[in-house]
Design a protein around this ligand. Structure first.
Ligand code: AMP
Length: 586
């Protein structure tokens, strides 16, 4: 292996790398081919295991010093000169007297197993133990061997061997035909584990690789989407009918639920179970063994508003997870099921997977976390546009449109799934003054208060208050208290005759109180009535990500609120900033 490392390190040609790798794989005994496959990529396990060797640089310097009989300062000096600790080690070891007495032979197994122990040693005092393991290898190593041992432990092997180079090489080494790489790639897409594939190939052959099964706790490479720019284009790609889903702006998670536990994997197939203990717990009540996919999103639990992606960042941490869980609650919106009780479901059509998914999600013991993603069956571009507008207004970044007959194609980016996003985006500079016309009851911490308020703009032309947004963010406890008290006097039995909206509310008010809000932008909306039909037939205008600024505009009468004409001109201004031409400009 060391010989191969030297050759590989000396070339940057992918063809040459493949040739060397083919030669190495052919020479490798099948029993250890999985280990060799991991080692050449500088790993001990597939990425999803998340196991790192974890040795501090100064510990390696100490190990080199003790094995080479030089002092730490001298090793540091050589390190400064070479710029690479592996090269420094080889240099330092050159002058050492090689003692063959009592030394164990350097085999791949020995080196791998020692690295493995280093990686698995954790907790207090672990650095000292790791040091001893590394020294035990360096004591018996030649200078050339020591170079690569140190590079590996430092995570600096960097031979540039990509996953695809390994797949090509395996195909060539064992079948003589690079064309078979496709078979290997499919196996890789459902297992994400090159070591297992290499071993299967070397011991049982291509047919066994072809029938490699989906397995719990081994992540599947996610299916990806192409991009389209219009609803028409999307439907053309889908033969006229499709499923359309909310495209939430969170983190994609692949959930593996077994008899004795749950693991979560990120889109890059890293283990992220520790970030979302609440999701893990919520999955506990599912009886079956399943692999499901969904988007985890931060949420305001009182108002049910989705929050921007940045909020999720608070959950990416090793410490203080409990606290982050309290402060940044999430919901898990499932959109696919890939495996159920021992069987892959990837061959089922999307429409059938969706039915199955619904059954599974319905079986989850009621909780606030697990949900089915919003979906609708569509045949007309207008239906997609309408769904899209409501998705955007609800804090999504767009929609995903999926072919009803498509299977789950692991690792593939194809037109079976397409994403339709908003083309422009800008921040609203101005605040708006809107009238409170309705409310939803609060939940959780806001129980007994209002959770969200329905706000309207004023339309002078017909003297109406037309709803433009629901706001639940930006309120302190004192505000909530005050609104609850102040609004009580204005409660009416049903929607006020001067209020126009498509929203259902728990409580309606006489339009009296005006408050100030900011928002990220104005979007077209199928459910709000402000400026209805002015921009688009059947649609009004609405605020996206609205937030109460803390200002109650006692100085304004409801008729002094922001007008729908102002909303229209703000909407047009937005388009202009984004360089989109409006209809009247041609
Ligand atoms: P993009 O990252 O823009 O290529 O869009 C694909 C990503 O959208 C996926 O990896 C998911 O994280 C996310 N996503 C959100 N909602 C859905 C959905 N309903 N179906 C599939 N992916 C979704």
């Amino acid at each position: 292996m060391v010989e191969m490392f030297q050759k590989m390190g000396g070339t940057s040609s992918r063809i040459a790398l493949t040739e060397y790798l083919v030669a190495l794989l052919k020479q490798t005994p099948p029993e250890i081919i999985d280990k060799v496959t991991y080692l050449i990529q500088g790993k001990l396990y597939p990425d999803y295991e998340g196991i790192e060797i974890g040795v501090a640089e100064k510990m390696i310097v100490r190990a080199i010093a003790s094995s080479s009989g030089k002092d730490g300062a001298e090793i540091e000096r050589i390190y400064q000169k070479t710029g690479d600790l592996g090269d420094a080690c080889a240099e330092a070891m050159k002058s050492k007297n090689q003692s063959t007495l009592f030394s164990e032979p350097m085999t791949v197994e020995r080196v791998y197993n020692t690295f493995d122990r280093v990686a698995r040693t954790t907790g207090p005092g672990s650095q000292e133990i790791k040091l001893r393991f590394i020294s035990s290898l360096l004591n018996d190593a030649t200078p050339e061997q020591s170079r690569y041992i140190v590079k590996f432990v430092m995570g600096q092997l960097r031979l540039g061997i990509a996953d695809y180079t390994v797949l090509d090489s395996l195909a060539l080494a064992f079948t003589g035909d690079k064309g078979n790489r496709k078979v290997l790639e499919s196996a890789y897409n459902v297992s994400s584990d090159l070591g297992t594939i290499a071993k299967l190939m070397a011991t049982k052959g291509l047919r066994a690789v072809r029938s490699l099964k989906v397995k719990l706790f081994r992540p599947i490479r996610p299916m990806l989407a192409e991009r389209v720019t219009t609803a028409e284009e999307a439907l053309d790609r889908m033969e006229g009918k499709a499923g359309v889903e909310y495209k939430l702006d969170g983190e994609r998670v692949q959930v593996h639920k077994g008899k004795n536990g749950v693991e979560l994997f990120s889109r890059r197939l890293e283990k992220i179970t520790g970030h979302y203990p609440d999701v893990v717990k919520a999955m506990g009540s599912i009886r079956s063994e399943v692999i499901m996919e969904g988007e985890v999103v931060a949420i305001n639990p009182e108002t049910e508003e989705y929050l921007p992606f940045q909020e999720l960042m608070h959950r990416r941490r090793k410490h203080g997870v409990e606290e982050a869980m309290e402060n940044y609650p999430v919901v898990m919106n499932f959109f696919d099921v890939l495996y159920l009780d021992g069987k892959s479901k990837m061959q089922l059509q999307y429409s059938d997977r969706r039915k199955l998914l619904k059954k599974i999600v319905d079986s989850v013991k009621k909780n606030d976390i697990v949900r089915l993603i919003n979906q609708a069956a569509v045949k007309e571009p207008q239906e997609i546009d309408r769904f899209m507008a409501s998705a955007i207004e609800n804090g999504c970044e767009g929609v995903m449109i999926k072919q009803l007959t498509s299977t789950y194609r692991a690792g593939a980016r194809e037109y079976a799934w397409v994403k339709l996003k908003r083309e422009y985006r800008s921040e609203l500079a101005d605040t708006l003054d809107l009238v409170i016309v309705g409310a939803l009851h609060g939940r959780g911490r806001r129980a007994g208060k209002y959770g969200a308020l329905l706000l309207a703009a004023y339309s002078p032309k017909d003297d109406m208050f037309q709803s433009a947004t629901k706001v639940g963010t930006g309120f302190t406890d004192a505000h909530l208290e005050k609104f609850y008290e102040d609004l009580r006097r204005h409660i009416i039995a049903q929607r006020h005759a001067r209020v126009e909206t498509g929203m259902a509310m728990d409580v309606w008010f006489e339009p009296r109180l005006v408050i100030e809000v900011i928002a990220s932008e104005i979007t077209v909306s199928p459910s709000h009535a402000a400026a209805k039909n002015a921009i688009k037939l059947g649609f009004g205008l609405a605020l996206r990500f609205p937030k109460f600024t803390g200002k109650i505009r006692d100085d304004k009468k409801p008729e002094d609120a922001t007008t729908v004409e102002e909303l229209i001109s703000m909407y047009r201004g937005q388009l202009k900033t984004a360089g989109v031409k409006t209809a009247d400009e041609g």
